[in-house]
Design a protein around this ligand. Structure first.
Ligand SMILES: Nc1ncnc2c1ncn2[C@@H]1O[C@H](COP(=O)(O)OP(=O)(O)OP(=O)(O)O)[C@@H](O)[C@H]1O
Ligand SMILES: [Mg+2]
Length: 352
């Protein structure tokens, strides 16, 4: 997987004593640990790969030039406000929409021209699950199982028990949340290698959400890849390894959760025995929202700035000091703007 490993492998493999270096090899630091030969031999095919993926509806650009990859076992949070293009992306990934430009490969296979082949390996939760009102959950499970060419009665029973949903009742008699649970079972049944979930938690109560989070992490640990769309980071941050941020059809950032955490805003506040000058803190790098009032100072700062702030504070006599990490949602907004959140908070439900 990593290139150092690949180089090491190609250096070791030639017959001993030939003195030849195969073409394309480079000198490698011998302290770099060897990667397993199998991983080095071939780069894994990404589960999802898009290149320049673009979708226009008439003249309207719903998605512009999306280039992204997802690896096996990865949970990817796909975030954006209403109308950003999340559902459009997911429908393109499934080959339900034809790209205007660019391409989508799932498991290295073209998603548009070979959709049926790809669908057998993919679970999908649509944003507004078609309800098939008259069918029961069980009938729907059987029907979709036939379409996928695979039934999974044991898996379905386990999921139904886990989500506590009755598959013998017609869907029209179920509550919204219970219909959503049936839709989740349909997405997860048969252990698909890729699971695409369009706003999966809408309508689920907190306990069911927790169960759902656990299920996503378990499936990822077993090697499935999961894409979750959402309006807000808070909803996906406990599950996702990476988040992509979509705005007006463009992917404006992709971050690992670990990187986002390192950027996490910390709220620092200090009280001193005497008034302090604002200039003592004003020039520190990375500071946000500095206020100095008499003998008190407050500011926001990323982890990387904390050392210098603490040292600036220490030049004065301190009475009290607190440093608290903000939640990731706040950090996310600090970097990607208020716009997204306003949209999400004013329209928490999908209006479509
Ligand atoms: N079939 C279509 N014809 C015309 N415009 C469309 C069509 N489907 C989507 N759009 C437009 O493309 C844009 C992206 O829509 P999309 O449904 O992908 O957004 P979304 O990110 O899923 O939003 P939400 O959070 O509200 O579900 C929207 O402006 C929408 O109106
Ligand atoms: Mg949508």
């Amino acid at each position: 997987m990593d290139s150092a490993g690949a180089h090491l492998d190609s250096i070791r493999s030639p017959g001993r004593g030939t003195g030849r270096t195969p073409p394309g090899t480079v000198e490698v630091d011998p302290r770099v640990p060897a990667a397993p030969a199998a991983a080095a031999a071939r780069a894994p095919i990404p589960v999802v790969r898009t290149a320049g993926l673009t979708k226009q509806f008439g003249r309207f650009n719903a998605l512009t030039d999306l280039t992204v990859e997802m690896t096996q076992g990865e949970v990817f949070g796909y975030l954006g406000p209403n109308g950003a293009g999340k559902t459009t992306t997911i429908r393109l990934l499934l080959g339900l929409l034809r790209p205007t430009r660019g391409r989508v490969e799932l498991f290295g296979v073209d998603a548009w021209s070979r959709a049926a082949q790809v669908h057998r390996r993919v679970g999908y939760l649509p944003a507004d699950p078609a309800t098939y009102d008259r069918l029961t959950g069980r009938e729907l499970v059987t029907y979709l199982g036939h379409l996928r060419g695979r039934q999974d009665p044991t898996g379905v029973r386990a999921l139904a028990d886990r989500f506590d949903v009755d598959l013998t009742r017609p869907l029209r008699s179920l509550s919204k949340g219970n219909r959503q649970k049936v839709a989740l079972i349909l997405a997860f049944m048969g252990e698909p290698e890729l699971i695409l979930l369009d706003e999966p938690t809408s309508g689920l109560d907190p306990l069911v959400q927790q169960e759902f989070h656990a299920l996503v992490r378990e499936r990822a640990a077993e090697g499935s890849s999961v894409l979750l769309s959402s309006h807000v980071l808070a909803e996906v941050q406990r599950m996702a390894d990476r988040v992509g941020i979509l705005r007006r059809g463009r992917l404006v950032a992709v971050e690992s959760l670990a990187d986002l955490r390192a950027k996490a805003v910390h709220h620092v506040s200090a009280r001193f025995t005497h008034a302090v000058p604002r200039e003592a803190f004003a020039d520190l790098p990375g500071l946000r929202d500095l206020t100095v009032q008499g003998a008190a100072m407050r500011c926001g700062a990323p982890e990387a700035s904390l050392d210098r702030i603490v040292k600036a504070i220490a030049r004065f006599e301190v009475v009290d000091l607190t440093c608290q990490e903000a939640d990731l949602e706040e950090t996310f907004l600090a970097f990607y703007g208020q716009e997204d959140v306003d949209a999400a908070h004013h329209h928490p439900q999908d209006p479509a």
